[in-house]
Design a protein around this ligand. Structure first.
Ligand code: ZN
Ligand code: ZN
Length: 256
């Protein structure tokens, strides 16, 4: 039988977020290949061995706000700089091998099936670490993709995860709350100060909110500057609070 996950990937069909629980559970059990070692697996997940590798080395201590893994007796350098507009971040994994490999496959090779696993593992992290989000009026939205990145990839990776995450958690998916005002230069060459400054005013919220909690989804959180800029707009638009939900957080670096 043809695997609909691969057919969907081939035709680049976005995944609906309103799948019924029955359909989702059937798709979760479909035989698929592990993206990392090609062993047989199910539902687009890595095999058990690779899953255990992905979960290795999660930090013992994280910043309670931005989820940066911190050595003992160390203050969070990212929060000291940003004074974040977001309340907290939930991160399912650390952005290091082999997590980075999986995310790069997803973002740069259009491997849509990875969004299923990423939404699944993120949903588990939310249920464990922030179950209050499920009881509140929570809106789920992705960090918007820049126009150039969208043209290059043909899709917004954060939106793929956010849509499926909202479906799994039965929360409202509302992707048009924040969007990028303009594209600019790549942030990759900028240091943390320049990056924070660069991000200001890159996002806008065109809708008034009335005290909802907003969960902003992204694949990777690096310094928090992007999430801060999005959260700032959402708070000004009337959000009660903003929580970042990310698949992976970059590890602490002593001289970053
Ligand atoms: Zn594997
Ligand atoms: Zn922090």
């Amino acid at each position: 039988m043809a695997d609909p996950i691969h057919l969907r990937e081939f035709f680049r069909i976005p995944f609906p977020h309103t799948l019924s629980a029955t359909v989702r559970s059937l798709l979760d059990r479909l035989p698929t290949d592990c993206a990392l070692c090609l062993a047989r697996s199910q539902g687009g997940r890595p095999c058990e061995g690779c899953l255990s590798d992905l979960l290795q080395g999660l930090p013992d201590r994280r910043c309670p706000v931005c989820a940066l893994g911190l050595p003992p007796n160390t203050a969070c350098p990212d929060c000291a700089l940003l004074q974040p507009a977001f309340a907290r971040v939930i991160s399912a994994l650390e952005y290091k091998p082999p997590v980075d490999q999986l995310i790069l496959q997803f973002k740069n090779a259009g491997r849509f099936q990875h969004a299923r696993f990423m939404a699944e593992i993120l949903a588990s992290a939310v249920r464990l670490e922030a179950p209050e989000l499920l009881d509140e009026i929570t809106i789920v939205l992705p960090v918007p993709s820049g126009r150039l990145a969208l043209r290059r990839r043909g899709f917004n990776p954060a939106a793929e995860i956010a849509r499926q995450l909202a479906g799994r958690l039965c929360l409202r998916y509302w992707p048009i709350v924040a969007h990028r005002r303009h594209d600019g230069i790549s942030q990759k060459t900028l240091n943390r100060h320049a990056r924070a400054k660069f991000q200001a005013n890159r996002y806008a919220c065109r809708h008034r909110l009335s005290g909802e909690t907003v969960a902003v989804v992204d694949d990777v959180l690096t310094t928090g500057a992007t999430l801060h800029a999005v959260a700032n707009e959402l708070m000004q638009a009337g959000a009660k609070s903003v929580v970042g939900l990310v698949v992976a957080r970059t590890p602490y670096q002593r001289k970053n």
